[in-house]
Design a protein around this ligand. Structure first.
Ligand code: GDP
Length: 331
């Protein structure tokens, strides 16, 4: 196995047994593949370094490992692999017998923790679309218990594992990835604080800061998140991008159809409004509010400009690249 030397960016490693769904997750979340198309994916048998930093705000890489990688193989350099890694996502196929996966998880975690105690361990209990609600909870409890028992037995009880129930057939995989990515963003508390101030002063119920390409939300205010609101916001991003692609820039123009003037309002028939604004060429703010509060759009827009400025200050470095402004679409 050839390992390429690492870069400075925080890295997410995606690991798990063969056929657990690693390539599917990567393709669906970061490359807009539809879940059904993953049926025809070839199984992973080498390390894939997928650098998505050119298209996405979140700067990280995914290394897709073949399931049967041998840690005792001398060419497997764990210092390099785990050393600069921010989070290790371990995928377990919940529709299959998971005993072997648990062994592998334990082996991987102990090996990685030896090299890097800062690493965050994230376990995706995956393909749960095939499980009933009761079965999901029971599987999560069982996997949680066994994985932690294994750690206890080997004296690694201070290692923390986080568990997520995921499937590529619904939004759970995006939600799980959002949480994983958020832990790697040092500015998160500041962003949450800014969003809290913004919603309180604008009569907004919920606001998400989205990475447009992956539909990962990198921050939200501190009110509780319900899955349905998150799904609505994801769908809104798809609508805006699709309409922008159709009616936006002419084909020969370079640059993204998502730009500074991208803005969209969707009124639902239950008295709710969805409002989307561009923060920068990677990020969008999506808000959910009551229709009557949208009467004060001037105030919301004013507050939004303050929020955009503040967010840009927080991420100063990322905003140096020029962008195109002409040919914009208002949806
Ligand atoms: P890898 O070897 O770990 O990269 O696994 P693949 O990504 O090739 O996935 C193996 C199979 O699992 C494929 O046929 C996928 O369609 C399927 N799969 C992946 N994710 C899910 C999921 O969330 N639910 C279901 N039901 N099948 C999935």
């Amino acid at each position: 196995v050839q390992i390429i030397t690492t870069t400075q960016k925080p890295r997410i490693l995606l690991m798990g047994l063969r056929r657990s769904g690693k390539s599917s997750i990567q393709k669906v979340v970061f490359h807009k593949m539809s879940p059904n198309e993953t049926l025809f994916l070839e199984s992973t048998n080498k390390i894939i370094k997928d650098d998505i930093s050119n298209s996405s705000f979140v700067q990280f890489q995914i290394w897709d490992f073949p399931g049967q990688i041998d840690f005792f193989d001398p060419t497997f350099d764990s210092e390099v692999i785990f050393g600069g890694c921010g989070a290790l996502v371990f995928v377990i196929d919940a529709q299959d017998d998971y005993m072997e996966a648990l062994n592998k998880l334990h082996m991987t975690v102990s090996r990685a923790y030896k090299v890097n105690t800062e690493i965050r361990f994230e376990v995706f209990i995956h393909k749960v679309d095939g499980l009933s609600d009761d079965h999901k909870i029971e599987t999560q409890r069982d996997i949680n218990q066994r994985a932690n028992d294994d750690l206890l037995d080997t004296g690694l009880d201070n290692v923390h594992l986080s568990f997520y129930l995921t499937s590529i057939y619904d939004h759970s995989i995006f939600e799980a990835f959002s949480k994983v990515v958020q832990k790697l963003i040092p500015q998160l508390p500041t962003l949450e604080n800014l969003l809290n101030i913004f919603i309180t002063n604008s009569g907004i119920e919920k606001a998400f800061l989205f990475d447009v390409v992956s539909k990962i939300y990198i921050a939200t205010d501190s009110s509780p998140i319900d899955m349905q609101s998150y799904e609505l916001c994801c769908d809104m991003i798809d609508v805006v991008i699709d309409v922008s692609c159709i009616y936006g820039l002419p084909e020969e123009t370079e640059g993204s159809t998502f730009d500074e003037q991208s803005c969209s309002t969707i009124k639902l028939n239950n008295g709710t409004v969805l409002y989307l604004r561009e923060i920068n060429r990677f990020l969008a703010l999506v808000c959910i509010l009551r229709e009557e509060n949208f009467d004060r759009q001037g105030l919301i827009d004013y507050n939004f400009h303050c929020l955009r400025q503040a967010t840009q200050d927080v991420f100063q470095v990322q905003f140096k690249s020029p962008r195109k402004l002409e040919g914009t679409t208002k949806v």
